[in-house]
Structure formats: structure tokens, C-alpha cells
Design a protein around this ligand. Structure first.
Ligand SMILES: NC(=O)C1=CN([C@@H]2O[C@H](COP(=O)(O)OP(=O)(O)OC[C@H]3O[C@@H](n4cnc5c(N)ncnc54)[C@H](O)[C@@H]3O)[C@@H](O)[C@H]2O)[C@@H](O)CC1
Ligand SMILES: [K+]
Length: 504
């Protein structure tokens, strides 16, 4: 699923109006119709609804919704907050249609004294600004937004919360933006919804289909996508009937240090449960017995050192290498990492402490090869690439990093971003806060290593891997609870996640 910029959406809107039997106002009625349908299923009967409409088409949507809610029997008070002299012609049509209803309550807000009284039991429909916002809010709009935010009412934002830039192209002061309980956005998700700092502003968001022209969406250029179930399922390889374990690759997992052997155990278990043929694990000698006991399916190559990894034999027999889980950052481990990066020619997944070592030994970056996946969480990424002041800035830095180092970056978060060497971004759509638990990242590394060993292209492996990882988390939390989730439970649900991806 594409994520389009405000500008690209405007073009798709215009194309739809030009090529389909629908007018500007017709499209607005469709949008407001979808919105009202959503609202009617949720607003408790008898609720007083306060509708705030700006001067643009977002305001027009709000005015149409106000009319539809009134016709459905709700008590609706509508306030027009005109922030500019020219009001959109479609907004004017919508307002005239509202005023044509007997008893329509529609007031102009000429200043603070004209503001509505909002009770905490009210529902507020925010149609002040939509995708046309191009600068931070000022003046009366700010006062209005703050009145809403302090009211305690349930707030439904139309398309985008007023004050939030659709593409995340400027940093928002949360005081200058509606804090929506729900955001109902039209047709496609918006980029700015995917940054952690905007969670408070968007609340729970959902996409409403308003039937924009499919060809126009298909032809619109963008670097941003969301991974849907069908996208991920299409990436899954079928396993041939006569296949044997040699067909599914031999993976090498390198990790562990004293006190952190569990990380390699989790990553190894996840790898074996993700379809790999053979798995060898290189870990400090002290962890050998633990690994043999916890993961009997794996072969163990113990390091000469008891507590940390110092030297790894890299041979042509491995189809993929994973390194970093629980690895530690001992100087001798850094030397070993340099040696591995220099000699390994197979695809690699690099995680956790291996990334921290690269951050403290920047000369190692030049050794990364094109078929590498790096899997930093935001703090690890900032160590690698320097601090970012916002989610949007970090995403741009990660795209640049992927281009500069010609590898796949998996920037982990609520909407994990998988970025290829062209700077194209696919956001994951599965997963839940229950997965914010120790070892969850190790499980992802294990899955990615298994897919790489099975000859998945690194970008495909990363997109399918993050989707499966999140899906296992969703299945696990549905069957138990987010609180109960541990990395081990995630692995237990990997089987069901794979099953959901397979063709019936
Ligand atoms: N035909 C269409 O284009 C459709 C548009 N739809 C709605 O239309 C919205 C976009 O409408 P518009 O493009 O009219 O934009 P908005 O309704 O977001 O209005 C923005 C207007 O305010 C001005 N402005 C921007 N930032 C400002 C600021 N900080 N302070 C004061 N003024 C500011 C802009 O010049 C622009 O004219 C979408 O979000 C969606 O809700 C839907 O009705 C579906 C169909
Ligand atoms: K809005």
C-alpha cells in the first residue's frame, strides 16, 4: 500500500474528479459519508457533537458530516473558524447545504468570545485543517485547538489532526495541534502518523476508502509504502516436495558473551523455527553447554575464549551469517567483527552489539557489503549515524545511510521501516506494544538470518521477516495478552504466523 505526499494526493483527487463521474463536491460527500458511517457506529446516542470547520476542503468535509449527523438525529453545534479570507468554493456549497436544514446551528467564530463551550461528554469533529496545512498554526486557530485539547472531549480528526503536517515536513509543537482520540484519514495512510512523537496527536488512526482512482494511485510516484498482508504473503517462497535440508541453507549465528548467552539461544531458536536447513552457532566457550541443551537442533562452534567471541572461522559452507545478539563490545570481539566483515562474502544480518561496535569503530562501515541487513533500534541508529531531533529526521538519515552504505536498513519501532539501497521505505503494519520486551530483537535477527540462508533477496527477507515477527506478536497477544508476551512466546507463535502467510 502506497503512502503518498499531500501534493500527490491532491493530484490523485484531481485525476479522480477529471476522469470519473464525480464532482469536487461529490467526492467531499463521499468522504463525509464514509466518516459519518464510521461515527454512527460509535457515537453513543444522545451525544452532543461539536463540529469545527476551517476554510478549506477539510472544513467542507466537516460541514457535510455535520449535516449528515443532524439528519441522523444528533444534536450538532457547528462553528466555522475562517483562517483566511478566501473560503474554498466546495466548503461554501457544503455550508449552504447545512444551512438549508431547519434548525441548523452554525456559527462564525470571529474571536475568542465566540468559542463554543465544550463538555467532556461531547464529541468534537475536527475539520479545521487537513492535508492543505503548510505551516504551524497561529492566532485564533491555536486558541481553538487548545480549547479542544483541554476539554477532555472525544476528538475525531478528519483526515489529519489540525496542526499536523501530512508529510511530517516541519516539527510540530504538540501545543499547536489537535490531540485526536481518533483520526480518520482518507484512502491511504499518511507519513506523519508513523512517527512515535505524533502518537499523542493522531490517537488511534484508521483509513477510510473514498474510491479515489486506482490507476492514479498506481501511477503516483512515492518512496514510501506500507507492507500489507498480501505484499508479505507474495514474498514467501514455496517449499518443494522433494526438498531436503541442504535446499534451505546453512546459517551461521555469531553472538553471546558472559551473561548474555540467552540472546543467542533466542535468536537460534527463532532461526530454526523460520525454515532454515542447518544452523551453526559460534559463541563463547562458556555458553556451549547451555546452547546444546536449549537448542539441540543447532551445531555449536565454541570460541577459544570462555567469556566473549574472539575469532570466528568463516568458510564457504555458510549461506548467511548473523552477528550481534548478546555479543558484547570487548576490543577482541571488535577485531573478530572486522575479520568477519572482511572475509564473509555471503549475505549478513548485523544487529545489537555488532552495530554498537561499528558505531565505535566507524572504519568498519566501509566493510559492509551490499547484501547486508542492519537492524538498529532508534538509539542504536543514532549511535551509528548521529543524533536525530525527530522521527522524520531519523527516517531521512536512515534513508541516506542505506544509500551511502548500499545495504538494507531495518529501523525498528512501532512502524518498523525497511529501507533499501535506493532509499525506498516499506513500513511494517504488524506488531504491538507487547513486543517491547527483552529478546524481541534477537528473535527478529533469527528470522532474518533464516530467510537469508534460504536465498531470499535481503530486501525481501527484511520485509517478510518484520511482517512475520509482528504477526507472531499479534497472534501471541491475541491468544494471551501483551503483558504476558516474552521473546520465547513470540517464537512459539512463529508457526501460526507462517501458516497465515501460506496460500490456502
Ligand atoms: N477533492 C478533494 O481535494 C478532496 C479533499 N478532501 C479534504 O480536503 C482536505 C484538503 O483541503 P484543502 O487543500 O482545502 O486544505 P485544508 O482544508 O487543509 O485547508 C488549508 C487551507 O488553509 C491554508 N493554510 C495552510 N496552513 C495554514 C495555517 N497554518 N494557518 C492558516 N492557513 C493555513 C492553505 O492556504 C489552505 O488554503 C483534505 O484534508 C480532506 O479533508 C476530501 O474532501 C476528499 C476530496
Ligand atoms: K482535521
Amino acid at each position: 500500500m502506497k503512502i503518498l505526499s499531500a501534493n500527490a494526493i491532491r493530484k490523485v483527487d484531481a485525476y479522480t474528479i477529471e476522469h470519473e463521474p464525480v464532482s469536487d463536491y461529490g467526492l467531499m460527500q463521499r468522504a463525509a459519508g464514509a466518516l459519518t458511517e464510521w461515527l454512527l457506529e460509535r457515537i453513543p446516542s444522545g451525544t452532543h457533537v461539536v463540529v469545527l470547520a476551517g476554510s478549506g476542503n477539510n472544513g467542507g468535509d466537516a460541514l457535510v458530516a455535520a449535516r449528515l449527523l443532524m439528519l441522523s438525529g444528533f444534536s450538532v453545534s457547528t462553528y466555522c473558524c475562517h483562517h483566511q479570507v478566501t473560503v474554498s468554493p466546495t466548503c461554501i456549497i457544503a455550508k449552504d447545504a447545512l444551512l438549508a436544514i431547519p434548525d441548523a446551528d452554525c456559527k462564525e467564530v470571529a474571536g475568542r468570545d465566540f468559542f463554543p463551550r465544550i463538555e467532556s461528554t461531547d464529541w468534537v469533529i475536527d475539520g479545521l485543517f487537513g492535508s492543505g496545512l503548510n505551516r504551524p498554526l497561529q492566532g485564533l486557530a491555536v486558541d481553538c485547538v487548545q480549547l479542544v485539547n483541554r476539554s477532555g472531549a472525544t476528538v475525531v480528526a478528519i483526515d489529519v489532526p489540525s496542526g499536523l503536517p501530512t508529510d511530517g515536513d516541519f516539527v510540530v509543537d504538540p501545543e499547536l495541534c489537535i490531540h485526536a482520540t481518533y483520526t480518520l484519514t482518507f484512502q491511504l495512510p499518511k507519513l506523519s502518523f508513523l512517527f512515535a512523537e505524533h502518537e499523542l496527536l493522531t490517537g488511534e488512526w484508521s483509513v477510510l476508502d473514498i474510491g479515489l482512482n486506482r490507476n492514479a494511485i498506481e501511477n503516483a510516484e512515492t518512496s514510501f509504502h506500507m507492507i500489507t498482508h498480501d505484499d508479505a504473503a507474495a514474498l514467501l517462497h514455496q517449499r518443494a516436495k522433494f526438498a531436503h535440508k541442504g535446499h534451505f541453507g546453512h546459517a551461521l549465528m555469531i553472538g553471546g558473551s558472559r551473561g548474555k548467552i540467552g540472546a543467542v539461544v533466542l535468536a537460534s531458536r527463532a532461526c530454526l523455527h523460520s525454515g532454515v536447513g542447518l544452523l551453526s552457532v559460534h559463541l563463547p566457550q562458556g555458553g556451549e553447554l547451555v546452547l546444546h541443551t536449549a537448542v539441540p537442533e543447532a551445531m555449536v562452534e565454541a570460541d577459544q575464549n570462555e567469556k566473549y567471541v574472539t575469532h570466528v572461522e568463516i568458510s564457504g559452507k555458510h549461506n548467511a551469517v548473523g552477528i550481534g545478539c548478546g555479543l558484547g563490545t570487548h576490543p577482541q570481539t571488535a577485531k573478530a567483527l572486522e575479520d568477519i566483515l572482511t572475509r564473509a562474502i555471503c549475505p549478513m544480518v548485523i544487529d545489537a552489539d555488532a552495530l554498537n561496535l561499528i558505531a565505535t569503530h566507524p572504519e568498519l562501515k566501509s566493510l559492509l557489503s551490499a547484501n547486508t541487513i542492519v537492524t538498529p533500534h532508534p538509539v542504536e541508529f543514532d549511535r551509528l549515524a548521529g543524533k536525530s531531533s525527530s522521527g522524520a529526521e531519523r527516517l531521512e538519515n536512515a534513508r541516506q545511510w542505506a544509500v551511502d552504505h548500499q545495504c538494507v536498513v531495518v529501523l525498528k519501532g512501532a512502524y518498523t521501516a525497511v529501507i533499501n539501497a535506493l532509499g525506498e521505505v516499506w513500513f511494517n503494519s504488524t506488531g504491538n506494544p507487547g513486543m517491547a520486551t527483552a529478546g524481541s530483537g534477537d528473535v527478529l535477527t533469527g528470522i532474518l538470518l533464516a530467510l537469508l540462508a534460504q536465498d531470499y533477496d535481503p530486501f525481501d527477507a527484511a520485509r517478510l521477516g518484520v511482517y512475520l515477527h509482528g504477526l507472531a506478536g499479534d497472534l501471541a497477544s491475541n491468544a494471551t495478552s501483551q503483558e504476558f508476551l516474552t521473546a520465547g512466546v513470540l517464537i512459539d507463535f512463529l508457526g501460526s504466523a507462517f501458516k497465515k502467510m501460506q496460500k490456502e
